[in-house]
Design a protein around this ligand. Structure first.
Ligand code: UT7
Length: 326
């Protein structure tokens, strides 16, 4: 049975860092509140003019170099993002142009914080059916562009960044299973209301702040833990892999308290769970991608290991992927 394996990982974080003490000067907050309630200490923020495709380009180049695959050999590029360069063309098309990946079909996936898991699942399906051989998937976000910097309940949470993975066809190991889910009835829990066809940008939408993220944090928190535990278990069951065999869980990095609760409910040890939220905050689709890349860079993943990606976000959407690393 043909599957897809990851053969190269890359990441890019814009150089500018915004610390909790920087935020203390912008809104009524404290390092202590942010640290204890979220686990975040700092986040990276782009300079003006840097868009999702720029971040994606740097992450993708690193992943391609590590994979030893030329951009001209890519059949498919999927970018997961909720902060695309423009509504259209897709950010994947901009990225194709940056990389000169002339033979690739390109599209974006809009699945918020689960975007990387959704994109990975799409690429896996294209590759395992034999339709394509080589794919590039990227989670890239400039969340600072949709953050209300006067709203302390959201502005302390988010950061910018991109993570990329190159996949190719394999006849053993690689992606073993995936599970995806959605609940559109709770779309207003995490939403960017303005700028689409429902509320096209106007002076009025800007005055009402509809171009900024709106979030019901408490409601999301409660659902996130339950859904992430369920998603990981369902994906592992499909792969016929017991939880005890998991070498590394790569959870979405929204809140350290969510990650700790998921760790406990899955009966994993902290060593089995990759966490980098303190350095970067919540980067939506880029969080899982960068966490996976760093776990590999830090040699926490070796050949034969079972890795589980597990993400949850606005939509609502969630998903989990089980990979045997080869
Ligand atoms: O990315 C995927 C989807 N996202 C998530 O899954 C996020 C899930 N939710 C969360 O991570 C948490 O709900 C938050 C971190 C967003 C909020 O933490 P919380 O413990 O749920 O805080 P809260 O919203 O219940 O607020 C508690 C208090 C409030 O004050 P009062 O009303 O109790 O007086 C807030 O006004 O904390 C206040 N507060 C702050 N205080 C200092 C809210 N934001 C801040 C802040 N600094 N930045």
């Amino acid at each position: 049975m043909r599957s897809a394996k990851i053969v190269g990982l890359g990441k890019y974080l814009p150089p500018r860092k915004l610390t909790n003490s920087d935020l203390e000067k912008m809104v009524e907050t404290s390092d202590d509140w942010i640290t204890t309630r979220t686990g975040i200490k700092k986040r990276h923020i782009v300079e003006k003019g840097m868009s999702a495709s720029t971040l994606a380009k740097y992450a993708a180049r690193q992943a391609l170099k590590r994979a030893g695959i030329k951009s001209s050999d890519l059949d498919l590029i999927i970018v997961a993002t909720i902060t695309p360069d423009t509504q259209f063309p897709s950010t994947a098309c901009y990225l194709q142009n940056h990389l000169h990946a002339r033979h690739a079909a390109c599209f974006d996936v809009s699945a918020a914080c689960a975007g990387f898991v959704y994109a990975l699942t799409c690429a896996w399906q294209f590759i395992s059916t034999g339709f394509y051989k080589n794919a590039l998937i990227v989670g890239s976000e400039v969340l600072s562009s949709i953050t209300d910097w006067q709203d302390r309940s959201t502005c302390v949470l988010f950061g910018d960044g991109a993570g990329a993975a190159v996949l190719t066809s394999t006849s053993r190991g690689g992606i073993l299973s995936a599970y995806l889910g959605s609940d559109g009835s709770k779309g207003d829990f995490l939403i960017l209301p303005g700028g689409g066809s429902r509320f096209p940008s106007s002076h009025e939408t800007i005055d009402q702040g509809l171009h900024h993220i709106k979030m019901k944090g408490n409601e999301l928190f409660r659902i996130a833990v339950r859904i992430m535990v369920q998603a990981a278990k369902k994906a592992l069951k499909k792969a016929k892999v017991p939880v005890r065999d998991v070498k590394m869980l790569i959870p979405h990095q929204a809140n350290i308290r969510i990650i700790n609760a998921v760790t406990k409910r899955l009966k994993l040890t902290p060593e089995q769970v990759y966490v980098n939220i303190a350095r970067y905050g919540n980067m939506s689709s880029a969080s899982s991608a960068i966490a996976l890349c760093e776990a590999w860079e830090e040699e926490k993943i070796s050949r034969g290991d079972v890795i589980v990606l597990d993400a949850f976000g606005g939509g609502l959407v969630w998903g989990s992927t089980v990979i045997r690393w080869i």
